[in-house]
Design a protein around this ligand. Sequence first.
Ligand code: HEC
Ligand code: HEC
Ligand code: HEC
Ligand code: HEC
Length: 423
Amino acid sequence: MGGLARRVSYIKAFKHRSNLEVPTLFVDAGNLFTDERFTGAQLPSEVMTKNKWVVKSYGDFRHDAANLSYTDLPYLAELLKKDGFDQRAEEYPFIKRLVSANIQPAADSHLAPVPYVIREINLKRSKPGSKLKVGIVGFTDAKPIGPNQKEQAVAGFVIGDPFEAAKRVLPELKQKVDYIVALAYMPLDMAQRLASENAEIDTIIGARQQNSQDPAHHFNRATITYAYNQTKYLGELRVYLNGDGAVENQITRFIGLDSLIPDDPAAVDAVSSAHNEFTTEQNKKALDTSASLQPTSMLSTANSPFIGGETCASCHEEAFKIWEQSGHAHAMATLENKKQQFDTECVGCHVVGFQKGGFQSLVTTPQFANVQCESCHGPGRQHAENPAKGYGFIETPVGCTTCHTVPNSPDFDFETYWPKIKH
Ligand code: HEC
Ligand code: HEC
Ligand code: HEC
Ligand code: HEC
């Protein structure tokens, strides 16, 4: 949901500026749902809540289609259960715009996603009344699980060969539409193969879990553009048609969704309701867990390579006093104020050693909350037991910019930030 409010605001402003003369379509190339902590059984309930808000918001804020990738399948299994489907589709109409030509259910209990959707747009600047039919079709790679290894079956769905699916679906779609957009969750070499084998495709919008802003390039008849991972940038593909409706040119650019783009108020409301519901659920779960927790399931500091800043304080009192006064010492309170202290998308940079044997959650490892000494200097157990020079060298500014990233700390500048926490 990150970035939604700015994305929506940009699109509204764009439509407004062009007096609605430029028709727009709004698509997602895949990986819209999270499969966080999916173990093969059901998704945890708060993760489902998060996903539910995604499917709701995509519908409310008029996305035209979204491609399904292997990461989307655990939640798709909830959405496409035959049992109760009609009711669900009425509540979240966007379910019917989740496309994939190569995902099939393994069992009869589930429906298949539609391979494509067709949108009709009015070409206001061409002959009056002229329309363009756009087919939006989806493909995904199978799930990579190791070097040269892919998992074909995920969460009760089977991911078929995208190239076979393309041969099956595209000729049929071409009969119905003027322009074909293929959404492709796959690496570049596969997207190029898709383009070179299928002359029906006019444009491929690709996605894979990488942050890059490659310029669009042409391959066979198609233009291939990749979306930026996550929602920090909105990719814009402009398609120029000549008087006959044939494609003349396609240009892409990436719009940074930074603070210059105002938030759309309605979308802000949706995002905040989503967060509230999500965090309430997470908090409730965390409390339930802590109530039933055996003392032994807390991560004892003795079992971690980290020891926590209190121990460092016994020898480095001055450094500790300076640290205590810094924002780093209150980084968890900052998340608590936002009710996001259990949000695994947030905690990483606000704690010590997340997913490295340090912080797990506020319930099991409160001692590792906040940005402490070892968040910068690294695990300190051995050093505290055998103090000596040589421990804890941190290269700057890169040691800072792992957390002070452009999106999360846009004003970061080592020369002005370091003096504030120098010790
Ligand atoms: C038992 C005392 C003790 C504890 C506990 C301790 N240190 Fe040290 N630390 C030392 C000593 C002694 C040195 C070496 C000082 C020197 O020779 O200049 C040192 C050096 C350092 C250095 C500088 C290394 C260098 O090469 O100059 C850093 C950074 C450091 N400690 C960080 C920490 C952190 C972070 C913790 C907690 C995880 C910690 N220390 C815990 C005693 C301790
Ligand atoms: C583990 C992640 C992490 C690393 C590494 C990190 N920071 Fe931070 N930093 C944060 C977070 C999170 C905040 C926001 C704290 C808050 O206000 O809740 C912050 C806030 C700050 C602030 C503003 C708060 C204050 O005390 O004035 C400064 C200055 C700062 N960091 C400097 C640095 C510098 C310099 C480095 C590198 C030497 C660094 N940080 C490395 C996570 C990190
Ligand atoms: C990649 C690391 C990183 C992640 C992930 C991260 N933060 Fe932060 N956060 C920081 C840093 C660094 C700062 C300090 C920014 C500064 O002062 O320049 C910060 C500051 C903040 C602040 C105080 C400053 C402000 O912008 O108002 C809040 C609130 C905050 N983070 C909330 C969150 C929430 C909520 C999430 C999860 C959605 C999150 N953070 C995820 C690194 C991160
Ligand atoms: C935000 C990152 C960050 C945090 C948090 C942090 N430090 Fe440091 N620390 C640094 C940097 C950067 C230096 C300077 C290293 C240099 O000049 O090479 C430094 C220097 C030091 C030194 C002096 C090393 C020397 O060569 O003189 C000690 C000791 C030290 N830190 C201990 C601590 C202790 C103890 C804590 C926790 C109370 C702590 N630091 C928290 C980043 C951090």
